[in-house]
Design a protein around this ligand. Sequence first.
Ligand code: ADP
Ligand code: MG
Length: 717
Amino acid sequence: MAGLRDKLPLLLGAKTAKALSGALDIETVSDLLRHYPRRYAERGELTDIAGLELGEHATVLARIEKISKRRMKSRNGTILDMVITDGKRRLACAFFNQAWREKELSPGKTGLFAGKVTAFRDTLQLANPEYELLDAEREAEAVDSFLAEIIPVYPAAQGMPSWSIAKCVRQVLDVLEVDEDPMPEELLKRNGLPGLERALRGIHRPEDWAHLETSRHRLKWDEAMAVQLIFAQRRHSAVSRPAKASPHTDGGLLDAFDKRLPFELTAGQRAIGEDLAADLSTEHPMNRLLQGEVGSGKTVVALRAMLQVVDSGRQAALLAPTEVLAAQHARSLREMLGELGMAGELGAADNATRVTLLTGSMGAKERKKSLLETVSGEAGIVVGTHALIQDTVQFADLGFVVVDEQHRFGVEQRDALRSRGADSTSPHVLVMTATPIPRTVAMTVYGDLETSALREMPVGRSPIKTTVVPVAEKPAWFDRVWQRVTEEVAKGHQAYVVCPRIGDEPPSDKSDKRPPLAVLDVAPDLVGGPLKGLRVAALHGRMPPDEKDAVMRAFGDGKVDVLVATTVVEVGVNVPNATAMVILDADRFGVSQLHQLRGRVGRGSVPGLCLLVTETLDGTSTRERLAAVESTTDGFELSRLDLELRREGDILGASQSGKRSSLKLLSLLRDEDVITEAREQSQEIVVRDPSLSEYPRLAQMVSDVVDMDRAEYLEKS
Ligand code: ADP
Ligand code: MG
């Protein structure tokens, strides 16, 4: 009998175990049984050849149509040409110097064929495929359930084809005894799930499709529970820390600010404002994610919460991902606050506070002044980059941290924040993101946070018209792009030109693709060519901060017509007079990044224009992504489309995309039900039993996932 933690050599023999280990990193029974089939072939149903992708290592169930032998011209050898078919399409296979195979590969036989899919002229090919025939002779071994109705097709590797893996799995299942189901009986019953052993048997050698389905469901459930239990524990430990309460103060800065707001808050801003006010009033730290598109008015919401904290004598910090953005935030907060933010200056309101900018690249004198304002508490609001928290900057009494644009801000950084409050309390934390993410992604990636979403835009926003410019198919459109930019400038407006690259990087190795367009090449080309006579400036992340700041200011003041930039303009930049954006090599950006970028135009009263210039061809998946961006400006809809078009690993990030990912079966797109249920039930369990002491096996499952992620993380860093 074998258990999940047993090593494979004893069960499969040293040679096979070594091959599995070398090809697929599989060492234990558990590793092998968690190497799930990629799909299933049904006996009698051949694999759809039209669905194969170039370059993939494919395993197809197909019928041999014909086979013939010929001599190689150059060398003294033979080639065996074989054609296999699914009944509709054909796939060419060639064997070099293996003439003897002609005897066993006779037309009419079916089998599994595996190899890398290549193309020669217009024909799909498998060169030197590995194969396993399913002929009458093997069917005679009917006891062997490899010949069952449902044939698992495994992710395979050279030298370890799908059927060899199936054979190993079969051998292991024959002796498998699982007596360590992590799911307690009560959960299995409540959710109608099969036990672990039955599920593992069902995913590899299902009795029928229903068995397969319940098995997959059960194993997905495990994945969802492991992740959600971790988050439930994190939420529990975060909110059980002490925090200082900052309840609303009547007649304070917040009330004064509300009175001078030049607009009405939207219903969403009001509702979320109330949630934040309530969170801040408790003696446990707020731990919340605020999602809302660029321009949806998150900053106002955050500022109102900051003022509530300042009103109770505490400080708030606003962290931005870059120094440019921090400087801009400080400016716009000061602007919004007016006399309420001018403490120590002429014309300040009575109870005014101060907004202080604190960045690493400030001059020594200026920085010293900011540090002083921060440690003395004179500054109610301190704005900086993430370094503000990692550094040893001292606050008088930090009560609240707002993190803008959190996609560069991970769990570890959020943890670091928690220790920054006074008297071993944790500050309240609000994380803001302009990238709307689907609910399932939020629950899986930011599951340690409560979430709020601003779904409506404040009135008076201008629409943005987006057009894909396919320059490979329509080269003339490229000139038209620069004409449009010139027209916008002639009307007194401004434009952005965004490039994927700065242009001072060392040339990248062996890629045969043209490198993406670069700011440092494009800017002079435009000045000397299609945009001659316009005031063009370049902006990128490796410019000295004061230069960056000067360029941004010049653009903001209308002294620059066209800003050629990298994605440094992606977040937060707000120049209402900029009405057009040209994104060059748009295919090099992700969907949400493009959406975020174009949010920079249409901030004023004139409709915005966004041109996505690309050389990719119609019908490719990249073009589909661009078409999606063209088709809608609803960020939540786009984030759903993006999830459909991207590999989920890209969304989950490095820790989940490796081959040892803890999410193998669970789909963020299709398994919303499982994820939601798992979140609720994890919460129930953790509230009752935070350390999972009554559920040692669940606790073990959770720590396995954590270890896996940590191992992956260590490998990467
Ligand atoms: P975000 O931070 O979500 O990108 P901001 O808070 O910067 O959005 O708001 C974008 C612009 O919309 C700002 O100029 C802000 O003053 C304005 N704004 C915010 N809320 C409203 C509202 N309710 N009505 C009108 N304008 C608003
Ligand atoms: Mg913003």
